[in-house]
Design a protein around this ligand. Structure first.
Ligand code: NAD
Ligand code: UPG
Length: 328
């Protein structure tokens, strides 16, 4: 049986495709390549198409024996979502609806869903647990929460089983050096810092230094992309065993401020990385740090690559070997 990976040409999706292939899984990828790269898909069967295209989805399910779906395909930028809410509702909420309907038509009822720390909003306390209040502060998080709830109602009505993985901040690159992060335009902190180290940008902007944190900049929990891939494989295995649906945080439990991340990158790269303080970015909570105890206990997840130095070293190796990213 094959696993369908939507968004498998994207950053986290391509790393998960590689991990599934390493495990000997049969993989089918659906991606519209709006963000992803064909070259990032290192194996399996590839379909270029959009989630919201019923014909393509039906063809993917008809032409392959799929028993589980990992759903990465989405628009996922906090800043952009505040300026273009319609794009986020259409791609994320309507896109997920199209996928769930297509799955239901063919009786594929296992789904692993890319959720996010952004579903929590501004937490009352950290580390954040799965039972904490969800009150997103940005449109992106709101659409992801809506998707989670929608999947839950497909469980009630149609006996779907899901694992919703609320990732904190993904960073780093595959140890093979073949795949890494290449968003265009790039808006994520770690790659922008490293592009500055490479001299491709004049500086890194620090969005706000008046947050209630130790140095005033936002604190996030950075998790290695390959540790995330491991969790997806464990989640598929859980669903195949017929266990209950579940929601898990995926983070490494330690918070780093934007200024600390820049400082660590200066040390690792040995380069001058000029930083300029700018205004806050709309929708950003001050601190997001995960408790992943539940994923460790129930999934047997062991995020062993997520020391921030190691994450940045792997990302730096990728950026140095592929300064322009993928060829397309
Ligand atoms: N990067 C992070 O730190 C992070 C953290 C939490 C959650 N997430 C979630 O994880 C998922 C993957 O994130 P990423 O950083 O790899 O993003 P990405 O943009 O690199 O990957 C998303 C992929 O989905 C594809 N896609 C988007 N809309 C599509 C559609 N309608 N039809 C077909 N393909 C479509 C894009 O072309 C892209 O290849 C997203 O759902 C995101 O919300 C990411
Ligand atoms: O040039 C930059 C870029 C980012 N930041 C800050 O760095 C932090 C991290 O930002 P970014 O890398 O853009 O990630 P987030 O906005 O935290 O969002 C990521 O992490 C979320 C989970 O926490 C996911 O849901 C999102 O999909 C993913 O993009 C934030 O405080 C930003 O304000 C800067 O100061 N300067």
């Amino acid at each position: 049986m094959a696993v369908l990976v939507t968004g498998g040409a994207g950053y986290i999706g391509s790393h998960t495709v590689a991990a599934l292939l390493e495990k000997g899984e049969e993989v089918v990828v659906l991606d519209n390549l709006q963000q992803g790269h064909r070259e990032a898909v290192t194996g399996g069967r590839f379909y270029e198409g959009d989630l919201r295209d019923e014909e393509v989805l039906d063809r993917v399910f008809r032409e392959n024996s799929i028993d589980a779906v990992i759903h990465f395909a989405a628009s996922s930028l906090v800043g952009e979502s505040m300026k273009e809410p319609g794009k986020y509702y259409h791609n994320n909420v309507y896109g997920a609806l199209c996928l769930l309907e297509a799955m239901n038509r063919v009786g594929v009822k296992r789904i692993v869903f890319s959720s996010t720390a952004a579903t929590y909003g501004e937490p009352d306390s950290v580390p954040i647990r799965e039972t904490d209040r969800t009150q997103p502060t940005n449109v992106y998080g709101e659409t992801k929460l809506a998707m989670e709830k929608m999947i839950r109602w497909y469980e009630v009505a149609h006996e779907f089983r899901f694992v919703s993985l609320r990732y904190f901040n993904a960073a780093g690159a595959h140890e093979s050096g073949r795949i890494g992060e290449d968003h265009r335009p790039e808006s994520h902190l770690v790659p922008i810092i490293l592009q500055t180290a490479l001299g491709q940008r004049s500086h890194i902007s620090v969005f706000g230094e008046d947050y209630p944190t130790e140095d005033g900049s936002c604190v996030r929990d950075y998790i290695h992309v390959s540790d995330l891939s491991d969790a997806h494989i464990l989640a598929v295995e859980r669903l195949r065993r017929g266990e209950d649906s579940a929601i898990y945080n995926l983070g490494n439990g330690e918070g780093f401020s934007v200024k600390q991340v820049i400082e660590i990158a200066r040390r690792i790269t040995g380069r001058d990385i000029p930083a300029v303080i700018e205004a806050r970015r709309a929708g950003d909570p001050a601190v997001l740090v995960a408790s992943s105890d539940k994923a460790r206990a129930e999934l047997g997840w062991n995020p062993h690559r997520s020391n921030l130095e190691r994450i940045i070293e792997s990302a730096w190796a990728w950026h140095q070997s592929r300064p322009q990213g993928y060829n397309d």
